[in-house]
Design a protein around this ligand. Structure first.
Ligand code: TXA
Ligand code: MG
Length: 356
């Protein structure tokens, strides 16, 4: 693609009233350009959801497969009415509980409301209202619903800092609003309500946990796709693609902590002998156990929220150091946000898990 000049606007993370930079960035979106911006999950790459050429520019900048639909970001409920045919009671309950926030709802689309490139031809549209002042102000300034996938090159870890966006997309997008670090660190939870409102199907675990949703919608069943099911019949089109993968080969190691460390140390020694560049991803408490070309700390024991915040930046560090073999130690808990962390780690590892 033709290289362009990517403008960077630096704003405070709580820029609440119409900031001149946000007014400008919003007008760029309104005029069909692509602008990356922070949300409370990860940075997104936004464009006017109704403008097919602008949406195509997102796919081109990212190198994203065209059959993977985009999430539409809105700033208020009126924008929702223009996008969807109907909102069932359970979806409504979830919106009340979690919007603005890291929850994306898949709903029946109003024909013609967004470009068919946004929905990849599906009859549904994924919608979320982000809980980040900069994102909300930007959407208001743009004056249209904003289609925005994560602002990374397709297949790379999602960006949690503006510098990650620049590393991946400089020269390929119109601009970047730099509002500091994103919040949760992993993407929003994507759900579809089924069976007449009696089931919430989690298509992608994320910032809103299963327990949060059970609490907000008592009596409604919440189901999570297993990796195996997902591989056979992907529900959320994006789930079938390799994601978040570092360039080196990542393996998750699980088991009794002492044995895990012994196993990884043995393989590190072997890998060094054969000239590999080695890496270990582990919690702050366990970094001292390893000697490798790169030991990257991510989260703390029993603090998967910290792991979620740090995960994508951690994965990017291995690529910067040209690491070829990586082992991850310390990640086993699928409770709460741990489910999203394990989901992303599993994908980053191409489902390579060793039990010792
Ligand atoms: O936190 C987030 O959700 C971030 C920020 C920027 O908002 N966005 C994000 O977008 O993660 P993206 O494009 O990287 O992921 C969108 C996911 C994909 O897995 C896609 O397949 C799914 O949402 N999706 C979009 N529309 C869908 C639909 N109509 N039905 C099912 N899944 C859909
Ligand atoms: Mg993404």
């Amino acid at each position: 693609m033709k290289r362009m000049n990517t403008t960077i606007w630096k704003v405070q993370s709580d820029a609440s009233s119409a900031h001149p930079f946000l007014t400008e960035a919003g007008s760029w979106i309104a005029r069909g350009r692509t602008v990356a911006f922070p949300t409370e999950t990860v940075y997104g790459l936004g464009a006017d959801a109704g403008n097919t050429a602008a949406v195509e520019a997102i796919f081109e900048a990212k190198g994203r497969p065209s059959d993977n639909p985009l999430i539409v970001h809105i700033a208020d409920e009126e924008q929702l009415d223009a996008l969807v045919r109907h909102v069932d009671d359970t979806s409504r309950q979830l919106m009340r509980a979690f919007w603005p926030g890291p929850l994306t709802l898949v709903l029946p689309a109003k024909p013609g409301a967004v470009s068919p490139r946004v929905t990849a031809g599906l009859s549904t549209v994924a919608v979320r209202m982000p809980a980040h002042p900069v994102a909300l102000e930007l959407i208001r300034a743009a004056g249209c619903p904003v289609a925005a996938p994560s602002a990374n090159r397709s297949g790379r870890p999602s960006p949690t800092l503006a510098s990650h966006v620049r590393d991946d997309l400089d020269g390929r997008i119109g601009g970047i609003v730099d509002g500091g670090p994103a919040g949760v660190g992993v993407e929003s939870t994507v759900v579809a309500v089924e069976a007449g409102g009696s089931r919430i199907r989690v298509l992608r675990p994320g910032g809103v946990t299963v327990a949060d949703m059970r609490h907000a919608a008592p009596g409604v069943e919440v189901t999570v796709e297993t990796a195996a099911e997902e591989a056979l019949a992907p529900r959320s089109p994006g789930m079938k693609y390799t994601h978040y993968a570092p360039q080196g080969k990542l393996t998750l190691v699980q088991g009794e902590p002492g044995e895990v460390a012994a196993y990884i140390r043995r393989l590190l020694a072997e890998a060094k002998q054969s000239g590999e560049r080695t890496g270990v991803l582990t919690t702050a408490e366990r970094t001292e156990l390893y000697e490798a070309d790169r030991v990257v700390r991510c989260g703390h024991e029993d603090d998967m929220e910290a792991a979620a915040r740090e995960l994508y930046a951690a994965l990017r560090q291995f690529d910067e150091a040209g690491i070829t073999l990586i082992w991850a130690d310390g990640y086993t808990s699928s409770d709460g946000i741990g489910l999203a962390v394990m989901n992303r780690l599993n994908k980053a590892a191409g489902h390579r898990i060793v039990q010792v």
